[in-house]
Design a protein around this ligand. Structure first.
Ligand code: NI
Length: 195
């Protein structure tokens, strides 16, 4: 193996957002009101997690999320309608988490948080969600795990799990507000086209 490749994984772990291997690819993120975002995702066959194509998809999703930049990305957002998502809420972008077939085992409390979404660019709105959750999922090595989450991580997990059910954070807004969001995005798309 050439010497340059030896340090590549270590460097990639230190600077995942700045370091792109030639095999990584940025994926296209679907944007609201694209009907494909409404697809209910099907469970991942855990026997296929180790397959190079699935592992590469996870890498590409991280790359796409860091590049955007965002803190979470559900497979539904890149037009893959299977139940998995990637999350990294760390400032340093060095704590990647993979949730395959996630399930919420318990919810407690309420918290209002201003949310945004890579599929609804430049729109932010308050959403009420459970403050504490217990979640079970499978990681990228195929191992099942359970964890408690609160704060931003709890919000992010619930937001991404909604995507897997075809739900967007704008669905929590009043119909009037949601129409305003639609118009704002359509205007932004027109301006982008004209530019
Ligand atoms: Ni989102």
């Amino acid at each position: 193996m050439p010497a340059a490749l030896h340090w590549a994984p270590a460097l990639a772990a230190m600077f995942p957002h700045a370091f792109r291997t030639p095999t990584m690819a940025l994926l296209t993120i679907l944007e609201f009101p694209d009907a494909r975002l409404r697809t209910k995702a099907v469970p991942v066959d855990v026997a296929g997690i180790a397959a190079p194509e699935f592992q590469k998809r996870l890498d590409d999703m991280f790359e796409t999320m860091y590049d955007a930049p965002g803190i979470g990305l559900a497979a539904s957002q890149v037009d893959v309608h299977q139940r998995f998502m990637v999350i990294d809420i760390s400032e340093e972008k060095n704590s990647p988490m993979v949730f395959i077939n996630p399930e919420i085992l318990g919810k407690e409390g309420e918290e209002v948080c201003q949310e945004g979404c890579l599929s609804v660019p430049n729109i932010f709105a308050d959403v009420t969600r459970a403050a504490n959750i217990r979640v079970r999922a499978t990681d990228r090595k195929g191992a099942s795990f359970e964890m408690d989450a609160d704060g931003l991580l709890a919000v992010c997990i619930q937001h991404e799990m909604d995507h897997l059910d075809g739900k967007l954070f704008v669905d929590y807004l009043s119909p009037l507000k949601r129409e305003m969001v639609k118009k704002k995005l359509a205007k932004a798309a027109r301006e982008k086209k004209a530019a």
